[in-house]
Design a protein around this ligand. Sequence first.
Ligand code: BES
Ligand code: MN
Ligand code: ZN
Length: 485
Amino acid sequence: MTVQINYKNSILKSKSANLILFVDEKFSISALKKYISNSEFSYISDLLKTSDLKKDILFFEINSKKTIFLMSIKKDLKISDIESLGAKFHGYINYDKKSDYLVNSDTVNSKIENFVGHFLHGLKLKSYEFNIYKSKKDKRIIFVNVIGNKNKISTKTQLRFRALEEGTFFTRDLVSEPGNILHPDEYAKRINSLKKFGLKINIYDEKKLKKLGMNSLLGVGQGSIRGSYLVTMEWNGAKNNSKPLGFVGKGVCFDTGGISLKPAKFMEDMTYDMAGSAVVVGLMKNLALRKAKINAVGVVGLVENMPGGNAQRPGDIVKSYSGKTIEILNTDAEGRLVLADALTFTEKKFKPKFMVDLATLTGAIIVSLGSEYAGLFSNNDKLSTQLLNAGEKVDEKLWRMPLHKNFDKLINSKIADMQNINYVGGAGSTTAAQFLQRFIINKTPWAHLDIAGMAFSKYGGALNSGGATGYGVRLLNKLIEDNYE
Ligand code: BES
Ligand code: MN
Ligand code: ZN
């Protein structure tokens, strides 16, 4: 089922379409007389007497072709609540047999800007489904038309919502694809296709990476028959040479653990081990689609972590792009090895204003924060605050976790500059972040988001119906919107 939203803003008098009207927290309907017939009005008035007014949504079947939905705007509603309300409405559409809906924006009585836009944004985000491998698909198209003359949403704002939806859906598509389809070779191609939106794409293949000395990244992919890549996406929307905002993502297309092989149970989840990179890709697509007036660069490391005759061994030592040497004690701690080179490279080549990296980096962050918060690790309080605030606003929440030099001893190696795991145990997410920090060479403000618990949802969340969530795209878009444009 696809939901198609149209902002026609014209009064369509259709007897057969379903109607969505907004009311206050008490479901007062006196102001609705203009929009519904007398008989509809008295029918609804009667039924309201015995309805549960604590609900957000009540609906009244007028006839087989028309249902009137009343959306209650409770007091002190936040933007994320409006989006959740729209998402909740999706559940009602899903069971309805009808396909045309009219949303009357004249009935919105709220101080919140673009109320209907947020409502429909939530509905749209919730409607996403990944069904390309189902031979029987739900092919219904649901048309939702906005009508009314008040509370209009500018074309520019409509475009922003749509860009964000498309960016998020692109991320979800990439995360949902299984490992046999979206291996690094294919992934690099899909990113390359974003050229058509005005992004400058550079693909560094193994030959180029070897020349550059990115042995930390290359070591992870060396057991795979697929290539390993670093891909950069540049968006120059400020049309000047101002420093770009930097976004870096872990793109492990499948993580078997390598020679330090993972157990079979739930190993299939590791098809989403490239979610960090997919967020960066979806974010860049969004920025390009809405022609954001900023400069930004996205950098992703694409590899497949496989066991095999040529795979990296526990005990191997590699020299990273930074020059620092790493003793690989566990080939399953591979994300940090990919990010290490990607971070140093991004900092050196693009000299970004800041770098935010995203990665499904540790199982330990799921132990700490579950699926409510992503872990935030940062060397910069200002960037952290900006991220925390953005997260609260779009309901993609973050919780700040510590970095401290005392953790360093846990990852110092006897024979190399460092080792890729903490053998003593404990603080698994922090030691991983502390490892990454060693590859920020020039003190660039940096934040690491461990999204292992957020990228994928078995049961669904407020704005997703389960599966890939796209967590991070709207968060970073908000960070940019509120602080950098
Ligand atoms: N991709 C995993 C982390 C992960 C686990 C993501 C579960 C999503 C769900 C990562 O590469 C990994 O294997 N981490 C190890 C690190 C350990 C070997 C130090 C982990 O968390 O067990
Ligand atoms: Mn791993
Ligand atoms: Zn991994």
